[in-house]
Design a protein around this ligand. Structure first.
Ligand code: CA
Length: 370
């Protein structure tokens, strides 16, 4: 008997709810409004990295997961590794023309389209990760970046930072500036221009092509990221000398690019979810590198055939001198570049002054006795 009553109550309740959910043409009741199914957005995100590559490739995957969870499934982002939908170095174009709604890459890859974009990835002897994030989010950097990408119909967001990188893997020792002459090296961005001026033959290869190029001798040297990522590619099996510090990439910002029309087509709450998730991913990548690089370096050193070397002081000095010249020349490329340079340079000067008595003074004070 009880079962029958229960069944009756359930049937009645379902019937009542169903009648409520039918939108009544004459009714403006909120119940009718709320039951209209919400639109689900299906987006594509293309990247310059192998699918699920540590750090770089995991960041867009996390973005997709977090956005899906926060939006209760209303914004689904499918992540593509390099070459799955478009080649690694065509991410910018794909987002610009709307082939994909989003991209994850590095701004210095687009120097052929907008040379000043390089300020928003990394500048040799420029800003470290902490300083870069500060300039972008509290120093006017992000607004300048958005202006640069506006003509391409793209909205840029910071999408991760590697921290200070390594100078790279070399099959030849660098004992003086002369050793750079004739060196065939994979190194992108402004760092590549600096090495070119010192006589190196530089090129930019997508990450996935580096190991083979180094192993076969097509190149003598490469920079990639740091221990965590370099170990993932097994670069220690293709070169012996591992040089530091990453003068050319002191805190590289990865970019999340969003097709402007697609972004503007999202409801306001999904726009906010996306931008806040990007901010979270940006910090998360740095946390991941900071945690993983230590163990990865130990593993590389224990592999037995790696020689860890600092770049000689006079080589670093020359690199700095040429870098300053290259960055100054970049600032003269166009009016945008000049404004960005002024903002970047002023911020850099101020932060260096303060960090002398804060971060730097602390790290000096903390160093273990030699
Ligand atoms: Ca790099």
């Amino acid at each position: 008997m009880n079962k029958i009553i229960k069944l009756f109550l359930i049937v009645t309740a379902v019937g009542f709810l169903a009648s409520c959910s039918k939108p009544d043409e004459n009714s403006t009741s909120s119940i009718a409004h709320e039951t209209v199914p919400q639109k689900i957005y299906h987006w594509k995100l293309v990247t310059s990295w192998p699918k699920n590559f540590p750090g770089l490739g995991l960041a867009p995957e996390r973005l997709a997961t977090w956005v899906k969870e926060m939006s209760a499934g209303r914004l689904e982002i499918k992540v593509y590794g390099a070459g799955e939908l478009v080649p690694a170095l065509e991410v910018f174009d794909a987002v610009s023309r709307g082939t994909a709604e989003m991209g994850h890459s590095g701004a210095y890859y687009w120097k052929g389209k907008a040379p000043e974009a390089q300020f928003f990835s990394t500048v040799p002897f420029g800003l470290n990760a902490q300083e870069m994030n500060a300039w972008l989010h509290y120093g006017g950097g992000l607004e300048l970046w958005q202006e640069v990408y506006e003509p391409f119909g793209i909205i840029p967001l910071a999408g991760g930072n590697s921290g200070v990188q390594m100078a790279g893997w070399f099959n030849k020792e660098i004992n003086s500036v002369k050793d750079i002459k004739g060196l065939k090296m994979r190194i992108p961005g402004l760092g590549g221009e600096v090495m070119t001026r010192l006589g190196a033959l530089t090129e930019n290869l997508p990450g996935g092509e580096i190991f083979t190029a180094l192993q076969t001798g097509r190149i003598d040297a490469t920079e990639w990221v740091g221990p965590y990522n370099d170990l993932a590619f097994g670069l220690n099996k293709a070169a012996k000398f591992y040089y530091y510090p990453g003068w050319h990439e002191p805190g590289t910002t990865m970019e999340l690019t969003v097709n402007k029309k697609a972004f503007e087509g999202l409801p306001k709450d999904l726009q906010k979810i996306l931008t806040v998730a990007a901010r979270a991913v940006n910090q998360d990548m740095l946390d991941e590198y900071t945690a993983k690089n230590n163990a990865a370096l130990k593993q590389l050193m224990e592999s037995g055939d790696v020689k860890l070397r600092p770049l000689p002081a006079d080589v670093l000095e020359k690199l700095k001198e040429v870098s300053d010249q290259v960055v100054l020349e970049l600032s003269e490329t166009n009016p945008n570049a000049k404004r960005i340079y002024q903002s970047f340079n002023e911020f850099r000067g101020n932060v260096i002054d303060y960090h002398k008595i804060s971060e730097q003074a602390f790290i000096n004070a903390r160093k273990s006795p030699e």
